[in-house]
Unconditional design. Sequence first.
Length: 403
Amino acid sequence: MKIVVVGCGAVGSLVARLAAKWKVADEVLCLDKDVERAKRYLDYPEPLGIPVERADALAAEELKAKVAGYDFLVNSLPTFVKVDKAERLLNPQLMSVALKAGLNYADLACYGGKRRRAEQLSFSKAFSEAGLLALINMGASPGLSNILAREVYEDLDSAESLYVMSLEDQRGSSFVIPWSREEMLNVASPELCFRGRKYSLREPFSESALCNFPEPIGPVRCYSVSNDEAYTIPAFLRISNFYYLAGGSDIEVLRALYRLGILSDVPVKLRKATVTPRELLYHILPPTPSPEYIVRVVKEGDLEDAYFALQVYAEGEVRGERAVSKRYLVFPSQRRVNELMPGATYITYPTALSLLAVLSAVKGRRLRGVVPGEALPGPIRRAVLDYLRVQGITVGEEFRTVA
């Protein structure tokens, strides 16, 4: 398999490094607008000889020429870029390039917004007719969360409600921004809600619950936030209600900013200028932390440790009895990630690992169309989970009937 990674930042560089290191791909090429920055990520802690070339994701013809001849275009860019004051969506841009160049496609998330379905799904017919595969939203959450959703759904004869719960928690005196600024702002956008088989948009953080995560984490207060899963799961699984709840220090920081109005889209006067707090925050947020910085803050104790976990459960019926089926994943802590892949974070490592697990599972399979995790065939889903177990990820499950 030959893959070309577009966007060689914190996640894209890990996808490339792990794909080469673990022999998931026979050949890897990285494309980025900033070659020097890309090399700093790619060559830490030591160079692996992965080539990187300059390319602009918005220059379609140039990009098409560079990706031609590869098997997979892996899009690890943010879901949008700011062009003047407008948000330009990148998934449709790169999917069009993949179609024209005749190669398969994979990405990590969707933009979503005010629509009810992920924007990538509009390419379903085009990819199917071209005999090509587009793996969409294939990180950890979304991605593995979607795969787990299908697993718990199939444990039941009928499922009424499905829950996805995410934990992102840091401990220490420093706070590391674990996402790109684009994705950070997306989490605090209006949430697509699915209740009673109907969609609506509502404010983030409007619902909360105490969620019990596997040990050693335990109970954590979680909140409803904007999420990618809502843009595909209700379209592929016959459920009545979908819930997404996220908790931990990372979410508490976002919640505090939201409550203070820092994430507001309402324009305010600043001397002679008119800006929105959200736009101002976008421009003043620091860039994604460098690998050197991640290693240093852990070594010096400013970041004591950080944790990421997912759990998904479905409520429904089995043979006329009420039942609950649950799956969960606990990823390596930040200190363990520093040993496994120095410079990666407790979020970027699971994200890259998740995509590689899926790419490895579909290798040699004849699939076509636009496919999120919940639409993958059962053997491929289980191959993904087996791959994670081999890499030391805790994969657990529970099933119980309810009186």
